[in-house]
Design a binder for this molecule. Structure first.
Ligand code: ATP
Ligand code: MG
Length: 427
């Protein structure tokens, strides 16, 4: 991709109406733009990051035998009346049409998925299975000051599982918990497994929390058990429910959660099946959410510095920023251009995604500042000085580490400098 062709531009100043770091940096770097409070447009660079996050999640949901589907965002009022959540879900957006019909905008999808699967679930032989989607959700959140961390329109992966027995639900729930751990490690995030209140049906549900000073949640983390409990349900002692050690308070962002719903939503829709004895049972359910746009915001809250963004390799919009610094000498220009075009070709062939800064109307300083702000994991600088020795400078954005490498070993040097597996490129 040629940077001169990107229609977005970086800006030096933070938008005045943004208080969160993630929104400030993402807007300045041209990844997103605020359309209204809590509602963001994803621009080309931002969409690439969101897609990479969602593809990692999709891959792991498929590995859990989740079957991807796509449910509507416009919901009939009746379904929400059926579960009592038309009036019970405070943040539900409600719409009255010009024909006087009422609808909800999808805030979550239990009310849709249960009637969908009811058509196919007849006997125990039709169970178990799990279905998931990655979709836009709408919630009339009271506060929307945290950028992508809390949107009124935001992206979520939601999976629902359906079981004939408690043992089967329990076993699947465990598997999803492990799948979530894989997802967060691929995103280079330390997801802290956190106990949270499970509502009236189970004592605890589990949240996955990521430590960030700007997160809206507070947890008490137990070093012994490497798990935590959410402040909202912890008792006054703030101690670990498993080993009773006193927990360390941390500010976090909830990036995902898993619940055993049991029959909470299958009952209102009468989702039943014929059991092995020929009797009728109600289907047991689990649900498993991950906030994908919140994850993008959380990654920024964690991976940034005073100069801008610092993407982990697995989610960066491009892996490599090629920044040639060419002078006035025509012969030298030609030579350098041939060199960085060749390098670009080789990198692309090796599986790297490359953004080439081909802009000629900016100073080197301005282009480095832009490159820092955009935050691609690796920058390769081609300059006249280094060209004389047939070398280029490689900078790792995350660590600031630099290395001057010969042209013929650029790719090898990049692979040695980054602690990434080659396979992590092939998401
Ligand atoms: P929270 O307590 O943060 O409001 P929640 O308990 O309402 O979250 P769920 O309804 O279970 O969360 O949604 C699943 C996931 O979706 C959450 O773990 C979170 O990562 C994400 N999420 C929830 N609300 C928002 C929002 N308003 N903006 C962005 N992401 C959200
Ligand atoms: Mg909420």
């Amino acid at each position: 991709m040629l940077q001169s062709k990107l229609f977005t531009r970086t800006t030096k100043e933070s938008p005045k109406d943004e208080v969160s770091i993630n929104a400030q940096l993402l807007e300045r770097a041209g990844y997103v733009q605020k359309t209204l409070s809590g509602v963001y447009s994803f621009l080309p660079l931002g969409l690439k990051v969101l897609r990479k996050v969602e593809d990692i999640i999709r891959h792991e949901m498929d590995a859990l035998s989740g079957q991807e589907l796509f449910l509507p965002a416009l919901h009939p009022k009746e379904n929400w009346m059926q579960t009592g959540r038309w009036d019970g879900f405070d943040a539900l957006f409600k719409i009255r049409s010009r024909y006087e019909y009422e609808y909800a905008l999808g805030a979550t999808h239990e009310e849709i998925i249960v009637p969908v699967v009811k058509k196919y679930v007849k006997s125990y032989r039709d169970l178990p299975f799990a279905a998931y989607q990655i979709q836009t959700k709408f919630r009339d959140e009271p506060r929307a000051k945290s950028g992508l961390l809390r949107g009124r329109e935001f992206r979520m992966k939601d999976m629902y599982s359906f079981h004939a027995s408690m043992e089967d639900l329990d076993a699947y729930y465990e598997k999803v918990q492990q799948g979530y751990a894989t997802i967060f490690s691929r995103l280079t995030l330390a997801g802290i497994l956190t106990l949270a209140s499970g509502g009236s049906f189970s004592k605890y549900s589990h949240e996955f929390q990521v430590e960030t000073p700007t997160g809206e949640d507070t947890i008490f983390y137990c070093k012994n058990c490497d798990t935590a409990i959410n402040k909202e349900i912890a008792d006054e002692t703030h101690s670990c429910p498993q080993c009773h050690t006193s927990g360390e308070e941390k500010h976090t962002s909830e990036v995902g959660n898993i619940f055993k719903l049991y029959t909470k939503y299958s009952e209102p829709f009468n989702l039943t099946f014929m059991n092995e004895q020929g009797g009728t049972d109600v289907v047991l359910m689990g649900c498993y959410g991950i906030g994908t746009s919140r994850l993008v915001g959380t990654l920024v809250e964690i991976f940034h510095d005073a100069k801008g963004l610092r993407w982990p390799v697995t989610v960066a919009p491009y892996h490599i920023h090629l920044v040639p610094i060419v002078g006035k000498d025509a012969q030298m220009r030609k030579e350098l251009e041939a060199q960085y075009r060749t390098a670009q070709e080789h990198l692309v062939r090796a599986g790297y995604e490359v953004l080439l800064d081909d802009r000629s109307d900016l100073t080197a300083g301005e282009r480095f500042a832009d490159s820092d702000l955009i935050g691609l994991p690796i920058r390769i600088i081609f300059s006249e000085r280094n060209h004389k020795e047939k070398k280029a400078e490689i900078v790792v954005r995350m660590t600031g580490q630099t290395h001057i490498a010969p042209y013929h070993s650029l790719i090898q040097t990049i692979q040695d400098m980054l602690p990434w597996e080659k396979s992590s490129l092939a998401v």
